[in-house]
Design a protein around this ligand. Sequence first.
Ligand SMILES: NC(=O)c1ccc[n+]([C@@H]2O[C@H](COP(=O)([O-])OP(=O)(O)OC[C@H]3O[C@@H](n4cnc5c(N)ncnc54)[C@H](OP(=O)(O)O)[C@@H]3O)[C@@H](O)[C@H]2O)c1
Length: 311
Amino acid sequence: MLDTEKNLLFLHYRAYYFSMTEPLPHWYLLGAGNMGTLAAWYLTRAGHTVSVVTNSPRLPLQKQLIFANQRMSLTLPCVSPAELPPAIKHVLVASKTPYTDSALQRVKGHLNNETQVLRFQNGVGALDGRLPSGSVMLEAITTSAVKGQSPQHTIVAENVTWIGGTAQPPEWFEGLQIHWPNLHWEADIRLVQWRKLVANAVINPLTAFYDIPNGALMNDPALLDQARTLCSEADALLAILDSQWPGDSFTAVLEVIRDTADNTSSMRADYQRGATTEIEAINGWLLCQAKNQGMDLPSHRRLVEALTSTP
Ligand SMILES: NC(=O)c1ccc[n+]([C@@H]2O[C@H](COP(=O)([O-])OP(=O)(O)OC[C@H]3O[C@@H](n4cnc5c(N)ncnc54)[C@H](OP(=O)(O)O)[C@@H]3O)[C@@H](O)[C@H]2O)c1
């Protein structure tokens, strides 16, 4: 038997053992859009159950997930806030960041110090100060990509996903890993999160402002210069916040631009259709941290001003 097969068998055994000792989670999902639906898909494959919290009770959602070589169906029951149990143990937050407050409103009064909250959003800090003290917050960062309009979700890229935020993974994590391709545990999720944040803080606002696909940033020396400046401002701040920050964001960002050359960033898509973008949780978070350090990040500030000012 190959080592990988042995490992898989071992994980299956451990997952079975834990499911016998601890019931698998029932997740209450806030935001059954592209990412929320993909996460719900893997969770249900691993035997977890998922309900979508909606403001008005509805029939179950009938979702279609279109993977590279197969089309799958997923039924997700809905519950209204009035139907929630008094205490919720597992919440998955997958709304876009500007709607975090209105999403959390749906579970208000049902979270306590035993609740595990899995935040599946870009940016940093959207849940800061919004959860009861003692609740456990886990962060999920992914380089996978899903697009589409509910109920159809096309999985454009299935890449790497990290979950982390506590010293040890929760008991359900190993079982989930069997069913979620390329899922990793990262106790110190911050550096992974910051890498993704910087890529989002450079690529998203530039492509939104200039209305271009990601790869077009490579074709214009002036845009590449702007990207380089945005990276060095972010690196200067992050190195102050954490001396372990490896810097060199420009190299990492160039790699993301190459890998996603044909993609339209979510911020470009949101901005072009006049929707509120996630810039406050991305560049806005960097600006807020910089302000606390008495620093200015002029390139980030100008982009935030440009993309948030009303025409
Ligand atoms: N899509 C990707 O490829 C991808 C990749 C990496 C990270 N992310 C991150 O994942 C998060 C979710 O993105 P997404 O692409 O899944 O977005 P999405 O498809 O637009 O889904 C977001 C969901 O949020 C809910 N929502 C919308 N307006 C709301 C409001 N006013 N109040 C409360 N909830 C509201 C809706 O779900 P309900 O109808 O159930 O309320 C909506 O379907 C974002 O932070 C994004 O940056 C996405």
